[in-house]
Ligand binder design. Structure first.
Ligand SMILES: [Zn+2]
Length: 98
């Protein structure tokens, strides 16, 4: 349905009605069903994102309290790469390690 023409209107019992063909009506119904399915999918994804955010916050908090091994160089070279797994996990989560 590429062309967009003004739909035909009729007046019935004093009310203005828009006339659509059965095919157009079926197309509108299909679009409505598709939109409903997409909205349900969007709600599911939003819930999953919220759960993941909360899980990541929890993991970041746990990592923040993990001890760094003696070979950790973060204190000497804060911006440099560290072989420490705790620093690497913390960097991956976007929070600087203490
Ligand atoms: Zn470290």
């Amino acid at each position: 349905m590429g062309k967009r023409s003004e739909p035909q209107r009729i007046t019935l019992d004093g009310r203005i009605l828009v006339v659509v063909t059965p095919e157009e009506h079926e197309h509108l119904q299909a679009s409505r069903r598709q939109l409903g399915a997409m909205q349900a999918q969007r709600r599911t994804l939003a819930t999953q994102v919220e759960r993941l955010r909360s899980l990541l916050t929890e993991v970041a908090e746990l990592i923040e309290h993990m001890p760094h091994p003696p070979e950790c160089t973060r204190d000497e070279i804060p911006a440099g790469p560290s072989p420490c797994q705790v620093c690497r996990l913390s960097d991956a989560l976007g929070k600087p390690a203490d």
